[in-house]
Design a protein. Structure first.
Length: 418
């Protein structure tokens, strides 16, 4: 008896979107009795977790073919090809190719190479597969951009994803309209370097142009979110949309990474500390009530206590609410891996202090919501999110995927209670 393929996703939202597209491609090819692991390569720890997940899934699915893909497979194909559990390694371009999945079909005749990973830098288009969503009626993710032209010293992702490339606006609009027709009320635009969207398209439109076009041409879309952006590349039309379009959610996740100019320069970032603070002030002036999430790295090589203090103070100076804290992990093949390292215990201690600052900032935001009414998108029968992305717990079931008005009555375990 054949079994449907099992899929596991590690890493970012873009990986999650691509897993959904792969499910469709695998189904169209008639693939069965397979396990597909979509890996992340952002840190060496992510690669270790990918290996751990592969071994676990191999134990739980004896006899199934193990397919490994994603950024770690793209960057280190030989690492996964050497694992006895692995049957096939697919690159990031190949995993979006119907022909690659046809090789896994039961009726495929011919030789199948164990490693199908080509030069990602030679890829000039990004897949624009249409998918029906993520198995719920709460929120859908739409890939609008892939790859990155920047070379931050800590980041291996450009070598896993290739150079920046954009999905044309018309394709994005059509896909979102299709998702809205299927009942989705909220869509998230995703990409590796989202604010670079459009640079490779005719007329070089900007992300703000895409946002305004989506909102104009898909009037049935209730909520539009944009995933992590580089604040220094936010264009005037994006700021206009933030100020004038209530359906663009008042929550931005910023790729800040650090709060000291020398650290930022050594990271090869494109902004300085004051640029980040200025952006947050301007955005909040345009959209009162806006909340910010941010990625921050603790213990980047050469980071002194003074440099770290600049990052710690950035939480308050930028008015950040939701933090993603990353203890620095050297990634083989990146310039930062060769820089003088901060001792591991210091890195962990600084990461803990950053997380504590983030928890305090989130608690202040949540406490301020008590007594207020919020429209909440239900992600499950008893859990939803506000427009500012705070989680809300309900005592009684609500329809999944619906937007319900709720009065916030308290805060419990880092969540709002309605």
């Amino acid at each position: 008896m054949t079994k449907a393929p099992v899929f596991a996703t590690l890493g970012c939202r873009l990986n999650a979107w691509e897993t959904e597209a792969m499910k469709t491609l695998a189904a169209q090819a008639g693939v069965s009795d397979a396990v597909v692991v979509n890996t992340c390569a952002v840190t060496q720890e992510a690669v270790r977790k990918a290996k751990q997940e592969i071994r676990r899934l191999a134990r739980e699915n004896p006899g199934a073919r193990m397919v490994v893909t994603g950024c770690a497979a793209q960057v280190e194909p030989e690492t996964f090809a050497a694992m006895p559990e692995v049957s096939l390694v697919l690159g990031n371009a190949e995993k979006m190719d119907p022909g690659a999945w046809a090789r896994l079909a039961p009726d495929f005749v011919g030789e199948t190479e164990r490693v199908l990973v080509d030069d990602i830098m030679s890829v000039h288009e990004t897949a624009s597969h249409l998918i029906d969503g993520f198995g719920t009626r709460a929120r859908a993710y739409v890939q609008v951009q892939n790859g990155c032209d920047h070379r931050c010293t800590f980041c291996i992702i450009p070598f896993g994803r290739g150079n920046s490339r954009s999905v044309p606006a018309g394709v994005v609009v059509d896909q979102i309209a299709r998702l809205v027709d299927k009942g989705f009320l909220e869509v998230v635009l995703t990409g590796v370097d989202l604010t670079s969207w459009g640079a490779d398209l005719p007329g070089t439109p900007r992300l703000g142009d895409l946002v305004l076009q989506v909102l104009r041409h898909v009037p049935g879309l209730s909520r539009l979110r944009i995933s992590s952006i580089d604040s220094i590349e936010a264009d005037p039309r994006l700021m206009e949309a933030l100020a004038t379009e209530s359906r663009l959610m008042p929550h931005l996740h910023l790729s800040l990474q650090a709060g000291h100019d020398l650290t930022l320069k050594r990271m090869k970032r494109r902004h300085l500390r004051d640029d980040a603070i200025r952006f947050c002030e301007e955005a909040r002036a345009l959209r009162p009530g806006l909340t910010f999430g941010a990625d921050l790295i603790a213990g980047f090589p050469t980071e002194t206590e003074e440099m770290f203090d600049g990052t710690l103070r950035l939480v308050q100076d930028c008015g950040l609410t939701w933090l993603h804290v990353f203890p620095f992990s050297p990634r083989k093949g990146t310039p930062a891996a060769k820089m003088p390292a901060v001792p591991g215990p210091v890195i962990r201690e600084r990461a803990a202090r950053l997380r504590m600052a983030g928890e305090e900032a989130a608690r202040r935001h949540l406490d301020a919501q008590v007594g207020r009414r919020h429209p909440v998108l239900m992600e499950s029968a008893t859990l939803g999110r506000t427009e500012q992305f705070a989680e809300v717990v309900f005592g009684e079931d609500r329809p999944v995927g619906a937007i319900v008005d709720a009065t916030i009555r308290g805060v419990a375990a880092g969540r709002l209670a309605a």
